[in-house]
Design a binder for this molecule. Structure first.
Ligand code: C2E
Ligand code: CA
Ligand code: CA
Ligand code: CA
Length: 279
C-alpha cells in the first residue's frame, strides 16, 4: 500500500508470486504428508442436547508443517481441491476413519459414529459411494458407523448422478449431513429432494443470533424446517453458556463447540468421554 502510482504493477506482480509460492509450498507439504503418512484426524464430539449423550463425532483433518505447527484446513483444503490432491487426501480420510473405528472396537468408544467431511470434488468420482461402502466392508464395519458431511452448495451444485451417490450411501445406512447450512443458496424444495439425515447450522448464525433478531429468526426457521422434514438439527460453534442456553431453548438436537470440547486427537477421547459420563 505504500507504493502507489508507477510501482503498482510491481506490487501486483509480487502479490501473484506470493500466492503462487504459498500454493506450491502447501502443495508440497501435502504431498510429503501423504508420502510420510503424517496427516492426522482430530475428533470433536457432538452432544445430544436431549440427554447429554455422545454418539457421534466429527473428524477434522490436521496437517503439520516442518516445524510441527498445524496448518489450518481452511488453508490447505482449498489448495488440495485446486491441485487435484483432494481425492488422495479424501481417500486417506476415509481409510483413517475406518481404522479409528476398528481401533475403538471393544472399548467404551465403540458406539461412536465418525462423521467425515467430503469435498464436492470427491463426489465427481462416480465410484465414491461404492468405494466408501467397500472400505467399510473391508474393515468389517457397519455403514451406520460412518457419516459424511457436505455443504449445501456442494450437494446442490451436483448433478443427479452425484445425488444418486448420496442416496446409495444413505440407503446403506451412512449418516448424511448438510454442513454450514444457511450459508448457501438451497431452497426448501431442494432440501425435500436430497437424501439427508441432519442439518448443521453454520456457527455464524449462532454467534450473530445473540445480538441480532434477524439471525435469531433465521436460526428458528432452520430448526423448524429441519424438524418438519424429520431431520435432526446440529448447531456448530457453541462457545459460551449463553449460547448453550439459547440452542437448548430453540430445541436444537445436537451441539458441537468449544464449550463442550475442542477437536482432539483420538488418544484424548476416552478420557473426555469418561469425564462426561463420570463412570
Ligand atoms: P467445518 O466442517 O465447518 O468444521 C467445523 C470447524 O469449526 C472446524 O474447524 C472446528 O475445529 C471449528 N470449531 C468447532 N467448534 C468451534 C467453536 O466452538 N468455535 C469456533 N470458532 N470454531 C469451532 P477446522 O478443524 O479448522 O476445519 C475447518 C474446515 O476445513 C472445516 O469446516 C471443513 O470445511 C474443512 N475440513 C476439515 N477437515 C476436512 C476433511 O477431512 N476433508 C475436507 N474436504 N474438508 C475438511
Ligand atoms: Ca463439517
Ligand atoms: Ca460446518
Ligand atoms: Ca466450513
Amino acid at each position: 500500500a505504500k507504493d502507489k502510482g508507477k510501482n503498482r504493477v510491481c506490487f501486483y506482480t509480487s502479490d501473484i508470486n506470493d500466492r503462487l509460492h504459498h500454493y506450491q509450498k502447501i502443495g508440497a507439504l501435502l504431498r510429503s504428508a501423504l508420502a510420510a503418512d503424517s496427516l492426522q484426524l482430530y475428533f470433536q464430539p457432538q452432544i445430544d442436547l436431549h440427554d447429554g449423550s455422545i454418539r457421534s463425532c466429527e473428524a477434522l483433518l490436521r496437517c503439520f508443517d516442518n516445524n510441527a505447527l498445524p496448518v489450518p484446513p481452511d488453508i490447505f483444503i482449498p489448495v488440495a481441491e485446486k491441485s487435484g490432491l483432494i481425492n488422495r487426501i479424501g481417500d486417506w480420510v476415509i481409510e483413517a476413519a475406518c481404522k479409528q473405528l476398528v481401533a475403538w472396537k471393544g472399548t467404551e468408544l465403540e458406539k461412536l459414529r465418525i462423521d467425515i467431511n467430503l469435498s464436492g470434488k470427491q463426489l465427481t468420482n462416480q465410484h465414491l459411494a461404492d468405494q466408501i461402502l467397500q472400505t467399510l466392508h473391508r474393515y468389517d464395519l457397519l455403514p451406520s458407523q460412518l457419516g459424511v458431511e457436505l455443504t449445501e452448495n456442494e450437494v446442490i451444485g451436483g448433478d443427479l448422478e452425484q445425488i444418486g451417490q448420496l442416496e446409495t450411501l444413505k440407503n446403506a445406512g451412512v449418516h448424511i449431513s448438510i454442513d454450514d447450512f444457511g450459508t448457501g443458496y438451497s431452497s426448501l424444495v431442494y432440501l425435500r429432494r436430497l437424501p439427508v439425515c441432519s442439518l448443521k447450522i453454520d456457527r455464524s448464525f449462532l454467534h450473530h443470533a445473540m445480538e441480532n433478531d434477524s439471525d435469531m429468526a433465521i436460526m428458528q426457521a432452520i430448526i423448524s424446517v429441519g424438524h418438519s422434514f424429520g431431520l435432526s438439527v446440529v448447531v456448530e460453534g457453541v462457545e459460551t453458556a449463553e449460547q448453550d442456553d439459547l440452542v437448548k431453548a430453540l430445541s436444537c438436537d445436537l451441539a458441537q463447540g468449544y464449550l463442550y470440547a475442542r477437536p482432539m486427537p483420538a488418544e484424548a477421547m476416552p478420557a473426555y468421554l469418561l469425564g462426561v459420563t463420570g463412570d
